[in-house]
Design a protein around this ligand. Structure first.
Ligand code: SAM
Length: 176
């Protein structure tokens, strides 16, 4: 399986709390290994996700950085390809065939993303060339890169397990 680390660019504590939280949830649920958040440090956000991860397992690492650029360069040095998701990029339908490698740093924006990100990225990829959302862009990108397999991975250390059903809700709760 390919290894994906997500870099959330430009988090604004008040404005982006909910959207960044959802980016973390998507990263975890769709099999990314880690999410790094740049912008305003937000301890409450990390606590919220870590609390959620205690119940639902499959805990991924979440951290803040004071420099997206430092992270991007660090991961590139480690052999990761940097993929920036932007509506201005090459459409995923053609770009996906060109992506080479097994380790990717996937950058998603919030506010206007500076030009340097476009320049430093190995690939600028559009999930369609229309404006929408970093949550949607991340989910679709991960689904495409993992070809849907991420949706059936069994999470480790879950205390709550959902048994998927056509009707109703089936939940198994583990004591420990
Ligand atoms: N106005 C911002 C700009 O010019 O960069 C975009 C803001 S958008 C709400 C936030 C993020 O969602 C973008 O930085 C990008 O990562 C992601 N995004 C939105 N639409 C996208 C698309 N069609 N393809 C890929 N990513 C997209």
């Amino acid at each position: 399986m390919k290894k994906i680390i997500v870099l959330r660019y430009g988090h604004r504590k008040k404005r982006d709390y909910r959207v960044t939280t959802h980016c973390c949830l998507v990263a975890r649920a769709f099999n990314a290994k880690e999410i790094i958040i740049s912008g305003e440090e937000d301890k409450a956000l990390i606590e919220t996700i870590n609390e959620m991860q205690k119940k639902w397992g499959n805990a991924i690492k979440i951290s803040f950085t004071n420099s997206w650029e430092k992270e991007l360069k660090k991961f590139k040095e480690k052999g990761y390809k940097a993929i920036h998701l932007t509506m201005y990029g090459e459409n995923i339908n053609t770009a996906i065939k060109k992506i080479k490698g097994n380790k990717f740093l996937v950058i998603i924006g919030s506010k206007k993303v500076e030009k340097k990100v476009y320049d430093l990225a190995d690939y600028n990829i559009a999930i369609g060339n229309q404006p929408h959302s970093e949550i949607a862009a991340l989910a679709i990108f991960l689904d495409r890169i993992f070809k849907g397999k991420e949706l059936t991975i069994k999470p480790k250390n879950q205390k709550i397990i959902i048994k998927g059903n056509i009707k109703g809700k089936k939940i198994v709760k583990k004591r420990k």
